[in-house]
Design a protein around this ligand. Structure first.
Ligand SMILES: Cc1cc2nc3c(=O)[nH]c(=O)nc-3n(C[C@H](O)[C@H](O)[C@H](O)COP(=O)(O)OP(=O)(O)OC[C@H]3O[C@@H](n4cnc5c(N)ncnc54)[C@H](O)[C@@H]3O)c2cc1C
Length: 303
């Protein structure tokens, strides 16, 4: 039999957990459905005050623990497989066949990274250990180290400048033929850059700790870490079943789902928050988004 709740939240990262807390405390009946296998949380995180240096996994567990005292919030580690429209809301079906009916839906599913695009062996395994996209999150731990930056387009010049704040030992690897002006732009903006344009084949690493970059032709260069401003993401087939409006985000140079700043889509009862919306919210940002969206959802029942 279908279980009827007020709100289904898909994804229990910081955005989903935070949204569940606010809406649960707002006395809504909430189901939060997660895929713990996809959390990818076994790495240290930073810049989330009160949690600095904690793994994403441990922050997730603390968040889940906070929800336990609310009987009107139910959590299931049960990936969502399907979502369909009903007469007055949505029917959400999990992989194991649980069915939830709800008027409102929050997608808080994070990113589905696609590493295949770059074709660099070892990048996926090093992701979060010694390969990162956010220098604010991981630059401090790498200060003064040998850092490699994978540059993909002209806007990466600013990224290179930013990462250089934490280390002057920077090697730049241009890995895109689509932007012929990158090299010129880097040389124009950065003093004496060390640039390689050969394709990177693989990252030599031990349990994700990078030691060398291996390029086509067998050239090897020592490296302690890799920064890359953006990894491609796969389209979210679940969200696309109910919502597909996007807008171009010039900063990201990408299309993102069209929402207001509270994650509300053009469909009044459908929200998209956290990395699913922004591509990179940060932990504190995702928690904030979940909070604000939760407030909006409770307000909908009042005003
Ligand atoms: C390598 C790396 C390092 C980072 N380091 C930092 C850092 O140090 N500090 C910082 O502030 N930020 C850091 N970030 C960014 C931060 O982790 C994210 O911005 C933040 O976790 C986004 O939260 P979210 O709730 O949007 O998504 P997520 O935390 O990704 O959570 C999404 C959840 O949805 C679940 N899900 C996916 N599909 C389904 C489905 N079909 N059914 C049910 N559930 C599903 C996933 O399993 C996951 O649990 C880092 C990111 C990466 C990739």
């Amino acid at each position: 039999m279908n279980k009827v709740v007020d709100l289904v939240i898909i994804g229990a990262g910081l955005s989903g957990l935070s949204c569940a807390l606010v809406t649960g405390r707002g006395l809504l009946k909430v189901a939060i459905l997660n895929d713990e296998q996809k959390l990818h949380g076994d790495f240290d995180t930073h810049n989330f005050i009160t949690n600095d240096g904690q793994t994403k996994q441990s922050i997730f567990e603390k968040g889940l623990n906070d929800l336990k005292k609310y009987p009107n919030i139910e959590y299931h580690n049960n990936p969502v497989e399907d979502i369909a429209l009903t007469l007055d809301g949505y029917l959400v079906t999990t992989q194991s066949g649980l069915k939830f009916e709800a008027k409102k839906i929050v997608f808080a599913m994070g990113n589905l990274f696609d590493f295949s695009d770059l074709g660099i062996d070892g990048l996926r395994e090093s992701w979060g250990v010694s390969a990162f996209s956010c220098p604010y999150c991981h630059g401090y731990e790498l200060k003064g180290k040998k850092i490699s930056i994978i540059a993909q387009n002209e806007s990466d010049v600013n990224f290179i400048k930013l990462v250089s704040r934490w280390s002057s030992d920077i090697t730049i690897f241009i890995q895109s033929e689509n932007y012929p002006q990158i090299e010129k732009s880097i040389r124009h903006n950065i003093e004496n850059p060390v640039i390689y344009k050969d394709k990177i084949l693989r990252l030599e690493h031990n349990a994700g700790n990078i030691s060398e970059i291996v390029m086509v032709g067998g050239v090897k260069l020592k490296s302690d870490a890799v920064f890359i401003s953006d990894i491609n993401t796969k389209s979210n087939n679940l969200i696309n079943k109910v919502y597909s409006s996007t807008v171009f985000n010039p900063q990201l140079n990408k299309e993102i789902y069209k929402t207001d700043s509270f994650g509300r889509t053009d469909l009044r009862n459908v929200f998209i928050i956290g990395d699913s919306r922004t591509r990179f919210s940060t932990l504190v940002g995702a928690a904030n988004e979940g909070f604000l969206t939760g407030v909006m959802i409770v307000n909908d029942y009042v005003y």
